[in-house]
Design a protein around this ligand. Sequence first.
Ligand SMILES: [Zn+2]
Length: 276
Amino acid sequence: MGIFSKPRLRRLDRREDMPEGLWNKCLDCGAMIHNLELQQNLHVCPHCGHHFPVNSRERIEILADGGSFEETNAGLISGNPLGFQGYTEKTAILREKTGLDDAVVSGRLTIGGHRAMIAVMDFTFFAGSMGSVVGEKITRTIETAIAEKRGVIIVSASSGARMQEGMLSLMQMAKTCGALARLAEAKLPYISLMTHPTTGGVTASFATIGDINLAEPKCMIGFAGPRVVKETTHQNLPPGFQTAEFMLEHGLIDAIVTRPKLKERLAGLLGYMMPE
Ligand SMILES: [Zn+2]
């Protein structure tokens, strides 16, 4: 029965002497990329152009003029209005793990010298779901923009409404869109940037009603996931369904912008829409 005394097979996909977390495998082309190289390339694969997800802090670093970002409404955390079992504990763990208060970071900044307000959703916190705090912070971001005559940029990455907050979460869709209507009355621009993935109640509210709607290459944009759509409609989905490229072809978005070009494009658009 020698088989039971054999040493266990070592995993072949990980070298023992390689420190963990230094290398990333590109999901698209399979290339191994060093962390530093990926960081210097704004988290875009240097071989195939695949856009790795970035969190809110990294996104702000990419977009803001150096030292211009000033966070607003930090410290807002969600209650548990419905008494949903385990919700309070889950948000507490996520706060600890991510260092974020909730799934959006907002603040003032300049982009290419243009004054704006920004709200960046963060998928690492509760899959970027929108509860009361996300809706409230986005609304306050827009209200500050109106008060200070700034443009608004919202970067979306979301799994949709946060079901643990039920109707209060759905209410944020109307609230954020109402604030954007007031921004439009004040003749101030709103640029929406959709990143991977933008879905559910976020797609169905503020993310798709920008004066200009932008998206990163190949990101998923949709309401329900493709499997749900397929099962509901009993139809085969066309190739490329729910990608940014598909949405561009069908008129939902205005342009796809690669990450290295993003800051320049936003600065150009702000300059065009609100000359100072
Ligand atoms: Zn690649």
